[in-house]
Design a protein around this ligand. Structure first.
Ligand SMILES: Nc1ncnc2c1ncn2[C@@H]1O[C@H](COP(=O)(O)OP(=O)(O)OP(=O)(O)O)[C@@H](O)[C@H]1O
Ligand SMILES: [Mg+2]
Length: 236
């Protein structure tokens, strides 16, 4: 049994008077891609935001490589090695693509330059538009940019919230290939409603419903389970 790199134990999160996460427990294994699935409003984004300390847990424990992080501030959690690509991607439109990358780097080292070269292999369009304002990129290119920004620094885990949102099938296909290449070097936690992309990239899955984990297992088993897919994901 490999030790989980990230684990949530009985996490409760309140936002104002709302009790959103109601005892979420899940484990992410290193070197694998874990997908969080579930209907709209199930608590997927809140789970990622709670891990990052942006919607802090009100009780429960979160450990990253054995260290408790649930009481830490978002910037500390980020520096401990968790990258985050939010739903409304964190790209600054008024800066050029290159300036966005320079902002994401702590310092411009040889290592950072090498990582950037690797990122351009993954997303060649970004190099093409290096000196354009990020605001002029297409929806798909902005999504690639958002993911790329999380790869500029070396992370233990990258959390990615619904990267396929609003993208054409051919772009989703390309995104799946890129995520699979990222998976070779980085542990990924992916929130994804697009079941095609989730199954192409994901290896382990958790289904959330009403702020709780209702099912978990291997993606290859879920793909065959018509009943479960119908019940919680509305697909059969
Ligand atoms: N800032 C907030 N204030 C009040 N309620 C919130 C807030 N953020 C989230 N919620 C509520 O928490 C619940 C879970 O939201 P969350 O964004 O985690 O869902 P989700 O699973 O990511 O859904 P989607 O697939 O639509 O993105 C929803 O009912 C939502 O309305
Ligand atoms: Mg969401």
């Amino acid at each position: 049994m490999t030790e989980p790199i990230l684990s949530l134990r009985d996490i409760h999160t309140h936002i104002q008077q709302h009790h959103i996460l109601q005892g979420v427990s899940l484990e992410v294994k290193p070197g694998r891609a874990t997908v969080l699935l579930g209907r709209n409003g199930a608590g997927k984004s809140t789970t990622l935001r709670t891990i990052m300390g942006l919607s802090p847990a009100t009780s429960g424990t979160i450990t990253l490589a054995g260290q408790a992080i649930q009481n830490r501030r978002p910037f500390e959690i980020a520096r401990m090695g968790i990258g985050f690509v939010p739903e409304d991607f964190a790209v600054i439109y008024s800066l050029t693509v290159e300036e966005n990358f320079r902002l994401a780097m702590f310092k411009e080292s040889e290592e950072a330059r090498q990582r950037l070269a690797g990122i351009f292999k993954l997303f060649p369009d970004l190099e093409k538009f290096l000196h354009s304002k990020a605001g002029v990129l297409s929806g798909g290119q902005k999504q690639m940019m958002a993911i790329a920004l999380a790869l500029v620094l070396e992370h233990q885990i990258v959390l990615i919230d619904e990267p396929s949102k609003g993208l054409a099938p051919v772009v989703v296909e390309h995104l799946g290939e890129s995520l699979n290449r990222i998976k070779e070097t980085t542990t990924i936690v992916l929130v994804e409603q697009n079941f095609y992309l989730a199954s192409k990239v994901g290896q382990d899955y958790f289904i959330l419903d009403d702020g709780r984990v209702v099912h978990q297992g291997l993606m290859e088993d879920l793909m065959k389970d018509q009943e479960l897919k119908q019940k919680y994901l509305g697909i059969g």
